[in-house]
Design a protein around this ligand. Sequence first.
Ligand code: FE2
Ligand code: FE2
Length: 169
Amino acid sequence: MAVIGDKVVRALNQQLNREIYSAYLYLSMSAYFESIGLKGFAGWMRAQWHEELMHAMKFFDYISSRGGRVELFAIEEPPKSWESPLSAFEHALEHEMKVTKLIDELVDLAIVEKDHATFNMLQWFVGEQVEEEKTFREIVERLKMLKDEKSALFLLDAELGQRKFGGEE
Ligand SMILES: [Fe+2]
Ligand SMILES: [Fe+2]
């Protein structure tokens, strides 16, 4: 089997770092939601932190399995607070859209480098990003609908608090 190219390894290591940043961003959002008494939102973001770490580990394991060297870089500091639950989720959706673009660029690189195995591995992330954007967009829409209705916000909080983590999705 051909050894994985340096360019591809570098790009995969960068994406591994960005997945950890995603995890860090959502953990920061979890802390923000805790601080404003929205325990359900906080738990939901905590599950999202786990999911992003799982994404990072997919890159970690894939790089190793192809004989590449995993390298860990400094993780950027995430913002600490947001104006409202809506602005936090709008930020998260924007972030996911940025990640989608990065994954697309990785796919482009795999094509240019004729790296079919990496191309194949990345297809999982292409599908996953569609799901991620959909999930965040739905919550943004619901937050927009309830505006300043406190009782509706607490209902949504209870609903989001149902999310379990540890599973694949
Ligand atoms: Fe991710
Ligand atoms: Fe994500």
